[in-house]
Design a protein around this ligand. Structure first.
Ligand SMILES: Nc1ncnc2c1ncn2[C@@H]1O[C@H](COP(=O)(O)OP(=O)(O)OP(=O)(O)O)[C@@H](O)[C@H]1O
Ligand SMILES: [Mg+2]
Length: 257
């Protein structure tokens, strides 16, 4: 990546983007109803270009529903959902990647019967072997050396942590401007959570915008600059991650201190 001589650009600098996309994500008044159940109630948040924002909350708070609504995977209502110039309320789920949005859903979802490298290729924007895809693949292997070692292995034979890395790597193959992650730390050892944190910090340093959904508040405060706390479908608190982590109620409820 940036430390490689003669290769000045990073994944996000070379993002597969039309130049008119400034890259700010704006969500205003987003709601999700499942039948009679309101899972998300008028949530507003922003992720500036290059910023990392966290969304934490307990089981059932509405975090995944917020991301799924952003990705047009569930019926939603909103005052506005925009990414740069693009009105995401008019974009279908399958087209989000074209607008620079990468999504790592809850629970990995790799293709177990396909080799690691094939799984990664499925995330590539063009899905054809060309120079750009080759460079991006090399970069993903540099970020996750374990995937390079296991490139020919079937994804189903990887450990849970390795599958999580594969899921993130696959999203990176499309060179997103904005990466949405739903509980990447779930089920991982403390060591692997540290690895994921290091990857998120690296991507953020390189200019990628990140929206990180997590139950792991400690990880989220370290990986982000701003954070929102969701409770019962609503934003209960928000602020700078460094300030929220010192809030007495957050310490008690979300950090167990
Ligand atoms: N497909 C669905 N149909 C009906 N209700 C749903 C559906 N998906 C989620 N819900 C409900 O919506 C609420 C929010 O769920 P959601 O999955 O968004 O929470 P979450 O914050 O991601 O929780 P977790 O940390 O457990 O993943 C919950 O009450 C859940 O039961
Ligand atoms: Mg969830």
């Amino acid at each position: 990546m940036s430390e490689r001589a003669n290769e000045p650009s990073t994944l996000s600098e070379r993002a597969n983007q039309p130049s008119n996309v400034s890259g700010e994500l704006i969500i205003e008044g987003l709601s999700v109803h499942y039948g009679g159940v309101t899972a998300v109630r008028s949530v507003s948040l922003r992720v500036a270009a290059g910023q990392s924002v966290g969304l934490i909350g307990a089981n059932g708070a509405g975090k995944s529903s917020t991301l799924r609504a952003l990705m047009a995977l569930v019926p939603r209502a909103a005052t506005a959902v925009r990414f740069g110039d693009v009105d995401l309320m008019r974009v279908r789920a399958n087209d989000m990647v074209r607008h620079g949005i990468g999504y790592v859903p809850e629970g990995r979802h790799v293709f177990p019967g396909l080799p690691v490298e094939k799984n990664l290729m499925l995330g590539a924007y063009a899905q054809r072997w060309n120079e750009q895809v080759r460079d991006t693949l090399a970069e993903v292997y540099e970020i996750f050396p374990v995937l390079a070692e296991m490139r020919r292995r079937l994804a189903g034979a990887l450990s849970g942590g390795q599958q999580q890395m594969l899921a993130i790597g696959r999203a990176l193959m499309a060179r997103p401007r904005l990466l949405l992650l739903d509980e990447p730390s779930m089920g991982l050892s403390p060591k692997l959570i540290e690895d994921i944190l290091a990857v998120l910090q690296r991507l953020s340093r390189e200019g990628m915008s990140i929206l990180l959904v997590e139950q792991n508040a400690k990880l989220t405060f370290e990986a982000t600059t701003e954070c929102l706390v969701m409770e019962n479908g609503e934003v209960a608190m928000q602020g700078a991650s460094q300030e929220l982590r010192r809030d007495p109620r957050v310490r008690k409820v979300y950090l167990g201190l």
